[in-house]
Design a protein. Structure first.
Length: 158
């Protein structure tokens, strides 16, 4: 008599169910969302610093401006969007990342003059940033901020 060894259909189904439960748990706990929003906040801070650097090296005003709930641009003094290091004139935030509140930025922009001083509008001389501006990014239940300090325009991500 010949014995046949193998896996029964019930055993196979149980293994598939256990693997499915483990993969769903791992997907929920995956830190990709947190890493994504942190990377986006760092990119935002780098682009704000880039706008300030352009203004200081050229002696002209450059403006970082929020153009929609998930896009922004850097514009020159005449309001023309400049080509960003990523090869586009507009930066779109990744996945489901959006802008939250923009504290102390009533016009959704930061305008830097030739000395790197931040302003809250595009007028000349304009309204200088009176207190720290905070740009909040949100994704799911997470949020990150980039801050611009008055007078110096120092950009930080806590």
């Amino acid at each position: 008599m010949k014995t046949v060894s193998g896996v029964t259909l019930i055993q196979l189904v149980i293994v598939l169910i256990v693997l499915s439960i483990l993969s769903v748990y791992a997907w929920i706990k995956w830190p990709g969302y947190t890493m994504n929003i942190t990377a986006q906040a760092n990119q935002l801070a780098a682009d704000l610093s880039y706008a300030q650097s352009l203004a200081m090296t050229s002696g002209q005003r450059y403006c970082w401006i929020k153009t929609s709930s998930n896009t922004y641009q850097i514009q020159n003094a005449s309001g023309t969007a400049i080509l960003m290091p990523n090869g586009s004139t507009t930066v779109t935030l990744n996945r489901s990342t959006t802008f939250g509140t923009l504290t102390n930025l009533p016009n959704n922009l930061v305008n830097f003059d030739g000395r790197g001083t931040p302003y809250t509008n595009t007028g000349s001389p304009g309204t200088a940033l009176a207190s720290t501006a905070v740009i909040t990014l949100t994704e799911g239940g997470s949020s990150m901020t980039a801050s611009v300090t008055p007078q110096t325009g120092r950009v930080t991500v806590p």
